[in-house]
Write a protein that binds this ligand. Sequence first.
Ligand SMILES: CC(C)(COP(=O)(O)O)[C@@H](O)C(=O)NCCC(=O)NCCSC(=O)CC(=O)O
Ligand code: A3P
Ligand code: MG
Length: 363
Amino acid sequence: SPPRPTAAGAFDYELLLLRRSPRSAFLPSAHVFPGGVADAADFSSDWLQLLPGGPRCGLGSVRGECPRAPLFAAERPELGSPLPGDVAFRLCAIREAFEEAGVLLVLPGPVADAAAATAATTGPARLLPAERLPPSSELAEWRLRVQRQPGSFLQLCRHLSCVPNIWALREWSNWLTPVGRAGRGGRRYDTAFYLCCLGQAPPVASHDDGEVTACQWSTPSEAVELFKSQDISIAPPQFYEFCRLCNFTSLHDLHRFASERALEGCERWMPVLMIASDGHMQILPGDELYPEDPDFTGERKPMLMTDKKIEDLMKGASRLHRIVTQDHNNVNIYVNIQPKYKHINPITMDFKRGKNADCNSKL
Ligand SMILES: CC(C)(COP(=O)(O)O)[C@@H](O)C(=O)NCCC(=O)NCCSC(=O)CC(=O)O
Ligand SMILES: Nc1ncnc2c1ncn2[C@@H]1O[C@H](COP(=O)(O)O)[C@@H](OP(=O)(O)O)[C@H]1O
Ligand SMILES: [Mg+2]
């Protein structure tokens, strides 16, 4: 989201947060980023008629030296899809943002080639001006149609002579639901988080009164404060990302960082739960307690149990990368390892004492 006048040192951008329905089967009432499960329509070969040619439809290649996360590495042609996963996931993210929040991230089409895509998306993105959009009642009808039938999103793009702006999204992180946190029917998510900076005033976001019951724009530190004061509930991945975004008060700096960093790809993180006598921890890769051979399916050792206290598990630990929960809103991130993939560590703070643990913290 966009620059806006603020006091010196304050954030000049806000994040779009959506409150999930209390009836959701997974994370009811939690605040999350827009998004959802990829649909077969996101992998349709029909998209190739709208997107520029080339192996990745004009997306630059990821040149990082570290291996690609499995979600991105999967050979889609072998799975029956002509579109690379990364293209389909971006189409899914843009479709879901339209369905859930009514925000339509598209560019006037056609986008001729990779060079045109790059040129159009170097700086923070812009949405279509109102005069390029149909009347709001017509757009609302399209939104319902897409909610019912995800394939209608392609028809909408054709109707508007537009292309989903897949190039505005920057690969940011990849979270796999811990085995011990699976939802109904064992449901888990391998979630790609993309970051998109908009160089304009925040667009109107409207909830769908179904899956989503409220939309709000908040700065990263406001989101953390709302969580601390128990005004909103958020899951560990979103909490981690809010604290990571707290490093950036300037949209421009965030956009530059995310654009350069995205070329490295990202690491898939599956937190491993450790239940202690007075709380629990989500252990992340790089922590000295992270298992060498984590149980990704839950068949062997879905979570670690100890009768030690959290304090004992923290004492003397040298490599830390963990999210520690002592009460539902007393959640702290401890990290002292070097981030991989040119990423940045979250700003950490000690919520219990109500002041920042990191003396450089901007929170
Ligand atoms: C799971 C989503 C919110 C998507 O749901 P939808 O398809 O829209 O119904 C996803 O966007 C998301 O945020 N995924 C992040 C990864 C994940 O699985 N997060 C939940 C972890 S549960 C957890 O850790 C609970 C806890 O320890 O408190
Ligand atoms: N009116 C409503 N109230 C609660 N949840 C709803 C809803 N309409 C849709 N959903 C849920 O939102 C999820 C779709 O999310 P997305 O498309 O973002 O992945 C589905 O969850 P399930 O997958 O648990 O059925 C669906 O049931
Ligand atoms: Mg969703």
